[in-house]
Design a protein around this ligand. Structure first.
Ligand code: MG
Length: 506
């Protein structure tokens, strides 16, 4: 009996071993990383809305709860070679690099947490988390370049020891730190923060992503396309303004690093690209001076433009100028070629036209009795079939004499000139704040809105001329049938346009 008992115990242990082997395999399969399908990277964790300290474990845990695709944090090394999480080189006025870890520990974070070590931070980050990347910023050493390399090697070693390689992404302002990590781990994601290298340059060095201040991409808009072409991931920091978020979302950024992850999630929901559309053409007006001649034509002249208007349209920078990301169409009271006012009118004819989609334009109205700005479109076939047979879609018209009243109109045979189909809405601060003016155009509907509120919806059909290519026109008139009486004291005013984006279904 006893002999058999020992045998039974051996079999039981074998079974147990087999069973535990199966269950650990199962656990591993269940823990397979599936990063959240959004572009939200919480900057120093998700701390702001909840009032957590930046870079605290509480802020990391909250970013994971929010299902951000990444949570960023900063690593520094103490005098006695402990890796700790803190953004600034000082912690409670103590210089981290020349202070021992135990001396730093005397001070708590504002929520009572101790200053986290990298080990504690990564362990907290891999606990019940398969969807949020740990975006690890390795700060360059202020003591020496070599110390930065040592920090990088220690971080990579610890991440390996904790089996967190698949969930950690490295970012740094120090290019050599990233290059060092590449030699230690040839497959890990690396993003360079400084913004002084092009996508082609980082690709040549085996760096897999750019993570730049968002202004860098305004200065180098071509980097967005070349990064996509070269398979370089795009990240931008630190993006807290909804307007900047909208721009980066529209341009398909892989990551957007923000102190406002909740707000960014809301903007993603509103974006056309989250609703099955793709940006097909845009002008962010991030160039300087006259509008980009590869995108826009000037229309010039002073003949009243069919509406008894008083301005002369020129192609001078005095009347159309881009500065600080804004195109300003400026109406000026001045004598010019027989007219008493100058302004500008630009169009995309023969350069860009499209059929169906969504147009978003962010603009601020000019002010003054008589001004008449418009964002509108005409059918490409106007020369062949004439107006109104070509169709006209007025997405936004406004008059300084009717403050805050925004109108939309469709001109087509039987409904044109003074009798178009259309609608209007009242908004606030039209000439002091930017608003978003939108057209949604499909074979079945034409919807026009301000700030995501539809105010004109019209059924499209094959019997009206809104089923062929149209081009865009931006202008500001003064006087005329719509603009009305010109204020004798008017001297000048700007019609400001921040961007125009055109999306179509994928
Ligand atoms: Mg950082």
């Amino acid at each position: 009996m006893n002999k058999f008992k020992g045998y039974n115990i051996t079999i039981a242990i074998l079974f147990l071993l087999l069973f535990s082997e199966c269950s650990s395999k199962k656990a591993k399969a269940n823990n397979k990383i599936a990063f959240a399908d959004n572009c939200v990277v919480a900057h120093r964790g998700a701390w702001k809305k909840m009032g957590f300290p930046e870079n605290s474990i509480a802020s990391l845990k909250h970013a994971i709860e929010l299902k951000c695709t990444g949570s960023e944090f900063d690593v520094r090394m103490t005098a006695d070679d402990s890796l700790v999480i803190n953004h600034d080189p000082h912690y409670n006025n103590l210089p981290i690099e020349s202070t021992a870890y135990t001396d730093l520990l005397k001070f708590k974070l504002s929520n009572g947490e101790k200053l986290p070590t990298l080990r504690e931070y990564v362990l907290a980050g891999i606990e019940n988390n398969i969807s949020t990347r740990l975006v690890c910023e390795i700060k360059p050493s202020e003591i020496s370049k070599e110390r930065g390399q040592i920090v990088a090697a220690k971080v990579v070693q610890l991440v390996k020891e904790l089996k967190a390689q698949d969930i950690v992404v490295y970012i740094s302002f120090d290019y050599d730190i990233l290059k060092k990590i590449r030699t230690l781990n040839p497959t890990v994601s690396l993003q360079y923060l400084e913004g002084n290298k092009s996508p082609e340059q980082v690709k040549a060095d085996g760096i897999s992503g750019l993570d730049c201040h968002f202004s860098v991409f305004k200065e180098h808009p071509d980097w967005i396309e070349s990064a996509k072409k070269n398979n370089i991931t795009l990240n931008a920091w630190t993006v807290n303004d909804p307007n900047d978020m909208d721009w980066l979302i529209a341009n398909g950024f892989d990551f957007i690093t923000t102190n406002e992850p909740e707000l960014l999630k809301e903007r993603i929901k509103l974006s056309p690209v989250s609703n099955g559309m793709k940006l097909i053409w845009s002008d962010e007006f991030n160039t300087k001076g006259l509008p980009d001649s590869t995108k826009w034509n000037f229309e010039e002249g002073g003949h009243g433009w069919g509406n008894g208007e008083s301005q002369y349209y020129t192609s001078r920078p005095e009347n159309a100028n881009i500065q600080n990301g804004i195109l300003s169409i400026k109406i000026i009271k001045e004598n010019y070629k027989g007219s008493s006012y100058t302004s500008a009118r630009i169009n995309t004819k023969n350069k860009f036209s499209f059929k169906y989609g969504k147009v978003e334009m962010r603009a601020k109205q000019p002010s003054g009795g008589g001004v008449w700005p418009a964002l509108w479109m005409l059918g490409d076939n106007k020369a062949a079939v004439g107006w109104p047979a070509c169709g006209e879609i007025d997405i936004m018209e406004y008059a300084g004499n009717r403050m805050n009243k925004v109108t939309a109109a469709l001109h087509h045979p039987d409904h044109s000139g003074a009798n178009p189909d259309g609608g209007y809405t009242m908004i606030t601060n039209a000439d002091t704040e930017f608003h978003i003016y939108t057209l949604e155009w499909t074979p079945s509907d034409i919807k026009i809105s301000v700030d995501n509120q539809h105010f004109f919806v019209f059924a499209n059909s094959s019997s009206i001329p809104f089923n062929h290519d149209f081009f865009l026109i931006f202008n500001c008139a003064i006087g005329g049938h719509y603009g009305g009486a010109i204020d004798p004291n008017f001297s000048s005013s700007n019609f400001d346009i921040d961007y125009v984006r055109v999306f179509q279904n994928k």
